[in-house]
Design a protein around this ligand. Structure first.
Ligand code: NDP
Length: 315
């Protein structure tokens, strides 16, 4: 049978390119888990994904109710889950004030980390029902959360501190909207959320790899400077960022190429090692990359996990 893969945020950018790359092989059925149903349908059509190779299902990661509803709907669909790709994200670099999810969490960490945390925790038990030979749970990371890289050192740097803001619920009322308890900074909130993504992947690996055989992985797909991720940025930045990445840093990667990379992490038989953060070199060959000290801190990973469980109502 075909593999069955859920991709969050498959209505644009990396998620859409990955859906296309997998669907084209004829070996995958892609469940596009998206907040805007019509946009996702149109995007799939425009990308030329054949009807029999995808299904759009509604998921708004900025609402825990919606996450639970999605899981119910998915179960009722009777489809198996073989691979889950947590890809969706928001990036709000120019926001001067925090905005919030339906549950009152700062929007970037609430969507990118907490929504995906609940989703992947709930779907973990559904993997048991799959007989697919190589089950995988992939959480898209980023170089920007990695302070051991040049890109990760562009201020404001990611820093989760002692997690006091996260522990307080990131609601900006009786506590800060930022994980470290500091004042709001949209670019930093995004980077912090990506550190949480990478820590969560490793904590999943430590807790569940042996027991379930699932491969847990994260990746940095390259700088895909043309995606919607930068839609909130100032116009001059949006104009100059793609050529800057193409000709100066040479970290630029097209949406097509990034989709092929993520599709590799989903399906390549040689990428089954669990607990790995994948990157690609200039010749577009995959390699196991090192994470920064904070993004590989096992103690912090456990703490983020425990606090997140409470925030999403699992503990
Ligand atoms: P896009 O903005 O193109 O795609 C993000 C997707 O997330 C969109 O489909 C968007 O939906 C969806 N999304 C946003 N909020 C929600 C929500 N509340 N519920 C459900 N879906 C939501 O950006 P990219 O393709 O660039 O980003 C994809 C991933 O790649 C992210 O995890 C990002 O951190 C990562 N990444 C990107 C890099 C880059 O250079 N672009 C570099 C490194 C990592 P909608 O279409 O409705 O807006």
């Amino acid at each position: 049978r075909k593999g069955s893969v859920i991709i969050t945020g498959a209505s644009s950018g990396l998620g859409l390119a990955t859906a296309k790359a997998l669907a084209e092989t004829g070996k995958w059925h892609v469940i596009m888990a998206c907040r805007d149903f019509l946009k996702a349908e149109r995007a799939a059509k425009a990308a030329g994904i054949a009807k029999e190779n995808y299904t759009v299902m509604h998921l708004d990661l900025a609402s825990l109710d919606s996450v639970r509803q999605f899981v119910d709907n998915f179960r009722q669909s009777g489809r198996p889950i073989d691979v889950l790709v947590c890809n969706a994200a928001v990036y709000l670099p120019t926001a001067s004030e925090p905005t919030y999810t339906a549950d009152g969490f700062e929007l970037s960490v609430g969507t990118n980390h907490l929504g995906h945390f609940l989703l992947s925790r709930l779907l973990l038990e559904d993997f048991n029902k799959s007989d697919y030979p190589s089950k995988r749970l992939i959480i898209v990371g980023s170089i920007t959360g990695n302070t051991n890289t040049l890109a990760g050192n562009v201020p404001p740097k990611a820093n989760l501190g002692d997690l006091r803001g996260l522990a307080g619920g990131l609601n900006g009322l009786n506590t800060s909207a930022m994980i470290d308890g500091g004042s709001f900074d949209g670019a930093k909130a995004y980077k912090d959320s990506k550190v949480c993504n990478m820590l969560t992947m490793q904590e999943f690996h430590r807790r569940y790899h042996e027991e379930t055989g699932i491969t847990f992985a994260s990746l940095y797909p390259g700088c895909i400077a043309t995606t919607g991720l930068f839609r909130e940025h100032i116009p001059l930045f949006r104009l100059l960022f793609p050529p800057f990445q193409k000709y100066i840093t040479k970290g630029f990667v097209s949406e097509d190429e990034s989709g092929k990379r993520l599709a590799q992490v989903v399906s390549d038989p040689s990428l089954t090692k669990s607990g790995v953060y994948w990157s690609w070199n200039k010749a577009s060959a995959s390699f196991e990359n090192q994470l920064s000290q904070e993004a590989s801190d096992a103690d912090k990973a456990r703490k983020v996990w425990d606090i997140s469980e409470k925030l999403v109502g699992l503990a």
